[in-house]
Structures are given as structure tokens and as C-alpha cells.
Design a protein around this ligand. Structure first.
Ligand SMILES: Nc1ncnc2c1ncn2[C@@H]1O[C@H](COP(=O)(O)OP(=O)(O)OP(=O)(O)O)[C@@H](O)[C@H]1O
Ligand SMILES: [Mg+2]
Length: 413
């Protein structure tokens, strides 16, 4: 196999080269004299090469998977070699989540922070699809090449035209309801994000389409002014490939936060991470894996926990689903005591603080449940999804947030 190369840009600066050798090793080499931000928080700028057998994790983290990956292979597989991850990076590397761009040697990437032609956001929100994935298929041709984004749900990266008053372009991830077995997943995620926001967690702006089949989520790796920011998930931060997303313990994520979040954001990150894990347990989100938490940083923004994303009640699709990672060594839905212990042992929280966070999350979930009645009127997909989520959330509240009943002393005769 011949040696292949890509030029790697970071926040618009030519930072180095990725080489895939005949022996299928991947070598990342910083350019001589480069002094900008590192490729990953785990890869400080240095003269010595970084050599890995699989593709360097931070360059792998955004590669399209699932329906989008398959569609790209079908659309472009005859024109370019997409048989491996290096091929996929060559195809979508110029437009991906974060501020890294990978382009063929000698070519200039598009301005970092831009993302393809504008999409009609109104149509995305108000079109009623006749068939599942109809809009996804229509938009693939225009947007797939600008969609360097991972994940199993069908999705595209789009931007809308500059606003008349603000002249700014906004950048979005559009997530489509795909497989029949994931009926209502867009509504499901919308409701889980509403609960997270009520619990005080930062959540990106998001909109559900009128027909409940698409969720449009504002990208937090682009600023109002169109600058790019870097996102690193907790596979990358622990040098794991995306296949390791379900391996390990939530405590590993805390360890990586301790190591890579800026001092001034660390304590807040522990609290938010704890709240986010608690919320996942209450809404029975069995997909809160390593790639569904990330650090976010930028030119003038020290590394901190990224806003919440991709919260979904999974037990409505897989009845016996379990949490994505172990919690303090145990692979089961935790009770309240287990959550408090995790908060105290790993997240630097006092017992009182851990309990307060659990109460806040539980109240947020209950209040969002109360809101379901308003949503049920919006059509069948809303109605059926609310009904299924209700049972799952009530069970989550019951088993993971309920305080154990205090045994009372027997009344004296
Ligand atoms: N609002 C956002 N802004 C920037 N990046 C995001 C945002 N939401 C998600 N991402 C990035 O895009 C990736 C895929 O998004 P997401 O997790 O929502 O997709 P998914 O298909 O539901 O994933 P999964 O395979 O976990 O089900 C995430 O791992 C994260 O890196
Ligand atoms: Mg995800």
C-alpha cells in the first residue's frame, strides 16, 4: 500500500502533516516552528512524531458513521477510496466539528468556521415528510461533503443564511428520525434536552420540526462571530478509538476532566458532569457513552465541559437497556445512594451538594413530565413518544432518585 498524506490545519493555521505509511501506521508530525494550539489536549506540540497504528483518535472522532457514512460511501466510493478511515478523513476532513481541517497536500482549506452552502432552516422545521428520511436523502447531495460529524443517527451539518439584522451565520446539526425501531427519537431527544435545561445544565439552542421527525441543534463549536472552537470527546481524551465508546466507568471521564479541564473550570465541570450523569440515569439514557461528553475550548476559551448533547431515553427502544458505562464499577441503573456515593467519591462533592443536585434533576424531570400534556396535541409522534417516555422517566425517578424510606422506631406500647 502506498504512503498517503494530508495537510492538517488547526484554527486556520497549517499545523502539520498526517502520513499513512505502507505498513498502515499513522504518523502525525507538527510543522517545524509551529507554535499554535495542539492537535489534541493529549498531544502537546513537539518535534517528535506521534505514531499510532489506528488513525490518530482526534482525527477519527468526527468521521461519519451509520447512515451518513453509508450514504457517503455509496455516493463517492467509486470516485475515491473510502475503504478505510484515512479515505473518509480525506473526503470530509475540511468541514468537520471543531477547528481541525484535513486537506490533500498543498491545497488550501475553506475558511475555518464556514460550512458549505446555506440551508433553508424554515423548510427543515416546517416541511412535513411523506416518508421517513425523505428530506435527509434530498439534502445529502448538497451537504454530505460538509458533514464531518460522527454518530449513529442520520445527520447533516448545515448553516443558515446571515440574519437580516445580525449578519451572522448560524451553524446547526440536523438529526433525522431514521430507522423504524427509533420511532420518535427526535422528539425523545428534544424532551430530554428540555429536562436537562430545566435542571440548570447548559444546552444548545434546539428546535423540533413540526412533524416531529427532525431535531435541529445549534452547534456550540461555532461562535456568533463565526469563529471555530475545538471539541474533544472522552474517547479522544483517553486515546481510545471510537470503538471504545462503551468501555469503562464514568469515573474515567472525571479523571480526564481533572487532567485536561482548566483549573478555573474544573470544579464547575465536576458538578455539571455529575448532574449530567444523574439526569441520564433518571431519564433512562443508556447511551451516555464516552463520545456523548466532551471538552470545549477556543482561542480565548480555556478547556471546559461542553454543553449537554445527545440525551435520549433508550429503554423505550431496548427494554432491558443498561447505562452506557459502569458507575463506580457497577453496570446497573443506580439507586440514589449509589449516585450520592459516586458524587462524593469522584466528583469532589459533599453529601449535601450531591443530594441537592439529584433533587434538582428529579424536579426538572417531573416538571418536564408535566409539560407533556401540551406537546401531546402536536401529532401522533409527539403523543406516542410522550406516552412511552412517561413510563420510563417515572421508573427512573422511582429507582434512582427516591430517598430510601426511613424505618421509624416502633411506637411504644
Ligand atoms: N451542538 C453541538 N455542537 C457541536 N458538536 C456537537 C453538538 N452536538 C453533538 N456534537 C458532536 O457531534 C457528535 C455526534 O452528535 P450526536 O452525539 O448528537 O449524534 P448521535 O448520532 O446521536 O450519536 P450516538 O452515536 O451517540 O447516538 C458528538 O459526538 C459531538 O462530538
Ligand atoms: Mg452521540
Amino acid at each position: 500500500m502506498a504512503t498517503k498524506r494530508l495537510d492538517i490545519y488547526i484554527d486556520g493555521q497549517h499545523a502539520g502533516t498526517l502520513i499513512r505509511t505502507a505498513e498502515e501506521e499513522h504518523i502525525f508530525r507538527y510543522r517545524e516552528g509551529y507554535s499554535g494550539p495542539p492537535l489534541s489536549l493529549t498531544m502537546p506540540v513537539r518535534e517528535r512524531d506521534y505514531v499510532t497504528m489506528p488513525l490518530t483518535p482526534v482525527l477519527q472522532q468526527n468521521l461519519p458513521e451509520g447512515v451518513l457514512g453509508d450514504a457517503l460511501r455509496r455516493q463517492f466510493g467509486k470516485l475515491t477510496d473510502l475503504s478505510d478511515e484515512f479515505g473518509m478523513l480525506t473526503l470530509v476532513g475540511a468541514c468537520q466539528i471543531g477547528w481541525i481541517q484535513a486537506v490533500p497536500p498543498g491545497s488550501t482549506p475553506p475558511p475555518c468556521g464556514e460550512n458549505g452552502p446555506p440551508a433553508d432552516l424554515d423548510a427543515l422545521l416546517h416541511t412535513r415528510e411523506e416518508q421517513p428520511l425523505q428530506l435527509f436523502r434530498e439534502l445529502l447531495r448538497r451537504f454530505a461533503l460538509y458533514s464531518g460529524v460522527s454518530g449513529t443517527q442520520p445527520k447533516l451539518l448545515v448553516s443558515d443564511a446571515p440574519g437580516r439584522l445580525t449578519f451572522t451565520t448560524r451553524h446547526w446539526i440536523v438529526k433525522f428520525q431514521g430507522a423504524r425501531e427509533h420511532y420518535g427519537i427526535a422528539v425523545n431527544e428534544h424532551l430530554c434536552l428540555l429536562a436537562a435545561a430545566r435542571a440548570g445544565l447548559p444546552v444548545p439552542e434546539h428546535h423540533i420540526s413540526d412533524d416531529g421527525r427532525r431535531l435541529v441543534v445549534r452547534r456550540f463549536d461555532r461562535t456568533e462571530a463565526g469563529e471555530a472552537r475545538m471539541v474533544e470527546d472522552f474517547c479522544t481524551l483517553q486515546a481510545l478509538t471510537t470503538h471504545g465508546r462503551y468501555n469503562g466507568d464514568y469515573a474515567d471521564i472525571v479523571t480526564a476532566v481533572r487532567r485536561y479541564a482548566a483549573n478555573e473550570h474544573r470544579h464547575e465541570a465536576y458538578e455539571r458532569l455529575f448532574a449530567s450523569i444523574v439526569l441520564s440515569m433518571l431519564v433512562r439514557d443508556g447511551d451516555a457513552h464516552r463520545k456523548n461528553f466532551a471538552l470545549l475550548y477556543g482561542r480565548e476559551m480555556a478547556p471546559r465541559l461542553a454543553p449537554v448533547f445527545d440525551k435520549v431515553t433508550t429503554t423505550v427502544y431496548i427494554a432491558n437497556d443498561l447505562p452506557a458505562l459502569r458507575l463506580d464499577g457497577r453496570h446497573e441503573w443506580p439507586d440514589r445512594d449509589a449516585l450520592v456515593r459516586f458524587g462524593m467519591r469522584h466528583c469532589n462533592l459533599t453529601q449535601t451538594k450531591a443530594n441537592r443536585i439529584i433533587d434538582r434533576c428529579a424536579a426538572a424531570v417531573s416538571d418536564t413530565l408535566d409539560q407533556f400534556a401540551e406537546l401531546s396535541d402536536r401529532g401522533e409522534v409527539f403523543d406516542r413518544t410522550c406516552e412511552r417516555l412517561r413510563a420510563a422517566w417515572l421508573e427512573g425517578l422511582q429507582t434512582s432518585a427516591c430517598r430510601p424510606v426511613q424505618s421509624r422506631a416502633a411506637p411504644s406500647p
